[in-house]
Design a binder for this molecule. Structure first.
Ligand code: 8DG
Length: 145
């Protein structure tokens, strides 16, 4: 659907949900994707680690917290470089998702919430089914990373 036609669907009021997400990049230039577990919305799709920004948090603080909770790694706001964002209307909310590149962290990536992980070369991101909001980010990452 073209952008003009999509406008008609998008003008319904929906809450904006702010989610901070990370493109963790390892020393080989691969990006971490996590598979959304059964029982969650969009189960089985591959996403960038992250989560909702809570009241009083900056997106960077939320991401530092989420990366610790989900992956068991430590990083810092100053190690998060904003590179892109997604702005996408789902049926019941509008997702606004800044995406930060992160190349420096401490600790080993661990599936603390039972997720599956994949380290993916930017050129291969298309091989993974991702949430619709993420699709425009995939093309950007191939150029940016
Ligand atoms: N972390 C992350 N979330 C994403 C991506 N793409 C995308 O549409 N989302 C959506 C899925 C969720 O609706 C929301 C993230 O919320 P969350 O991680 O804090 O909570 P959740 O998985 O429990 O989501 P939900 O069940 O409440 O929908 O953003 C992505 O690449 N990374």
């Amino acid at each position: 659907m073209g952008c003009w036609a999509a406008e008609k669907r998008a003008d319904r009021a929906r809450p904006i949900v702010l989610v901070a997400a990370a493109a963790l990049v390892d020393s080989d230039g691969r990006v971490l994707l996590a598979q959304r577990p059964e029982g969650k919305s969009m189960a089985g799709l591959w996403e960038f680690p992250g989560g909702k920004v809570e009241a009083g948090e900056t997106p960077e603080q939320a991401l530092v917290r989420e990366l610790k909770e989900e992956l068991g790694i430590d990083t810092r706001s100053s190690c998060l470089a904003p590179i892109a964002f997604a702005s996408h209307s789902y049926d019941d909310f509008h997702l606004l998702m800044p995406l930060f590149a992160c190349r420096i962290w401490e600790g080993n990536v661990t599936a603390l919430e039972g997720q599956k992980f994949a380290w993916v070369r930017p050129m291969r991101l298309r091989d993974y089914d991702m949430p619709p909001a993420d699709e425009p980010l995939v093309a950007l990452l191939r150029d940016l990373l």
